[in-house]
Design a protein around this ligand. Structure first.
Ligand code: SF4
Length: 281
């Protein structure tokens, strides 16, 4: 029997890549929630993760580098009934696309962002990126990276994200539950998914030794200060929902307004747009 949300295309990722775990978790989450593929849109950026749109059997859009989030925002505004997933990498989301990500969080657009965070630019053969640990030797930092990585969870919390979580690609069952919670959350949701890149930076064992689940401890995800503290942990790696709060979404606020606004209703356009544009030809 064909697996749910499987296009039948054989994945081309390296054996052992963390992307397999993310793909399995997302497929299982969509199946558990009883979604039909025509009601789901996946938008991917540029990176090894970008092939998710080939393997996940839903409506798909492969955007240019760093621009998956604004494309997804447009889809959500055009049809708020759709479930819109964004697959993006640490380079795609936290470097070239960072501004889009933080402003989508601030606006609370109801898109669900999964950041495939393997801490290197894997598609371009393993250069250092914004979450690369200090001292790591990569193709672009042969003597070890001198840069301090930034903390995406802290940045997203500070930007007003209403759902911030962290998952691990090796724990598919746990990640599946996180994806389900993100989808059911009203508003912007982001999951920073730690995943090994077995070819250029395999931190699987390091994370396995330090990861723990927030559900096993008394963490209250509605407590913003507690969430900030969790995002600052470095010796241990918390997995689970770090913060969740409900607020009106961007699309609710925008689409509930009268169009056109009263002030513009009687505005007379002197020249049709085509005639105006022809002046610049
Ligand atoms: Fe996965 Fe790394 Fe291979 Fe890319 S290079 S497919 S991220 S293991």
């Amino acid at each position: 029997m064909a697996r749910a949300f499987d296009t039948g295309v054989r994945p081309q990722w390296c054996p052992g890549c963390g992307n397999y775990g993310v793909l399995a978790a997302v497929r299982a989450a969509l199946a558990d929630l009883g979604f039909r593929r025509e009601n789901v849109v996946a938008v991917a950026g540029i990176g090894c993760h970008g092939r998710m749109t080939e393997y996940l059997d839903v409506n798909a859009f492969h955007a240019i580098h760093g621009r998956a989030v604004p494309v997804a925002e447009g889809v959500k505004l055009a049809n708020p009934k759709l479930t819109v997933l964004v697959h993006t990498g640490d380079g795609d989301a936290y470097a070239i696309g960072l501004s889009h990500l933080l402003h989508a969080a601030r606006r609370n657009v109801g898109i669900k962002v999964l950041v495939h965070n393997n801490m290197v630019y894997a598609l371009t053969t393993g250069q250092a990126g914004p979450t690369t640990p200090r001292g790591l030797k990569t193709r672009s930092t042969p003597y070890g990276s001198v840069e301090e990585p930034f903390n995406p969870l802290l940045l997203l919390l500070a930007s007003g994200a209403t759902f911030v979580a962290r998952g691990f690609s090796d724990d598919v069952q746990h990640l599946k539950e996180l994806v389900k919670r993100a989808i059911l959350h009203k508003g912007f949701a982001v999951i920073d998914v730690i995943q090994p890149c077995v070819t250029f930076y395999d931190a699987r064992q390091w994370f396995k030794e330090r990861a723990y689940k927030l559900e096993d401890e008394s963490h209250d995800p509605s407590d913003f200060r507690a969430a900030l503290e969790k995002s600052l942990e470095t010796e241990r790696v918390p997995l689970g929902v770090i913060y969740e709060v409900e607020k009106p979404t961007f699309e609710e606020l925008v689409l509930s307004r009268e169009h056109p606004p009263p002030a513009l209703r009687n505005l007379k356009v002197k020249q049709p747009l085509g005639k105006l544009l022809s002046r610049f030809e």
